[in-house]
Design a protein around this ligand. Structure first.
Ligand code: AMP
Length: 280
């Protein structure tokens, strides 16, 4: 596996891999878990050459967020990717990613920023789209893989690719979960034992909503009442938002139906967790 830490190293690595066929790209912030690795496996299935990036992108963290504390486990990550037979891992420093400082021209997420996590994380999606666009420019991948775990991010990346004609095929991977249903996340490491035992309530609440839809309940108000009630049973948890939205526009719907998604953000202690489920 080629390991590149600079733009020059990346250019050299890509040149070495040139001619081997289609390039699949998996962007990550590292601290890899089975969720990330499932995306790597998808890329290995779908592309001839697989490039993974590990970059904790300061642009997508608000000053109050966990940029400094974000878990960094480079050696272990590289070993996992090597084992998977990834072709190239790109781990740029902030300076090599942004040699001219913060980009002046950035990608505006438009009205999709007003949905779900957007209002609670000002600037986050602009930072995500800007770094993804920059990676696409540096790597020119044929396809890129994103997880449904970060549903709004997936929708926004799809929309950016479409609206800006970036010519990258976006492949999505399903949410990978722990045995008790908790969606895998690097941030799960922040949970105390007590919090960890309560955190699966988000998944259970979403599952219950899905089952109720299957049984005929369609009222968003009614379904969300159930979601709040289930998570509200846990002493360490507090719902930030629970919404049922159209899966593309991310606008709230009154009735769950084809293509609607239930999405939740909840604090478990001081750790913010997100999850979502397709309802039909
Ligand atoms: P991150 O390192 O958190 O930026 O995530 C990198 C990619 O992995 C994103 O496309 C995420 O949506 C995806 N991802 C993170 N956690 C999971 C999970 N539990 N299941 C599937 N994909 C995930």
């Amino acid at each position: 596996m080629i390991v590149a830490r600079t733009r020059e190293g990346l250019g050299q690595g890509l040149a070495d891999l040139h001619g081997r066929g289609s390039v699949g790209f998996v962007p990550t912030m590292g601290n890899l878990h089975d969720g990330h690795l499932s995306l790597v496996d998808l890329a290995l299935d779908e592309a001839d050459v697989v490039v993974v990036s590990i970059f904790v992108n300061p642009l997508q963290f608000a000053p109050s967020e966990d940029l400094e504390a974000y878990p960094r486990t480079e050696e272990r990550d590289l070993a996992l990717l090597e084992e998977r037979r990834v072709d190239l891992t790109f781990l740029p420093s902030v300076d090599s990613m942004y040699p001219d400082g913060e980009p002046v021209v950035t990608v505006d997420p438009g009205p999709l920023e007003n949905a779900l996590c957007g209002p609670y994380r000002p600037g986050h999606f602009r930072g995500v789209l800007t770094v993804v666009a920059r990676f696409f420019g540096l790597l020119r991948p044929d396809l890129a893989v994103f997880g449904r775990k970060d549903y709004q991010q997936l929708v926004l990346v799809r929309r950016m690719v479409r609206d800006l004609e970036l010519g990258v095929r976006v492949v999505e991977g399903p949410v990978v979960r722990e045995a008790d249903g908790l969606a895998m996340s690097s941030r799960n490491a922040y949970l105390s034992e007590e919090e960890r035992s309560q955190a699966p309530a988000i998944y259970e609440a979403l599952e219950e909503a899905r089952r109720r839809v299957e049984a005929g309940e369609r009222s968003a108000v009614e379904l969300l009442r159930g979601v709040h009630a289930r998570i509200g049973r846990e002493a360490r948890m507090r719902v930030q938002y629970a919404e049922i939205v159209n899966g593309e526009s991310l606008r709230p719907v009154e009735r769950a139906g084809e293509g609607t998604v239930a999405a939740v953000a909840a604090f478990c202690g001081s750790t913010r967790l997100i999850d979502n489920a397709e309802l039909v």
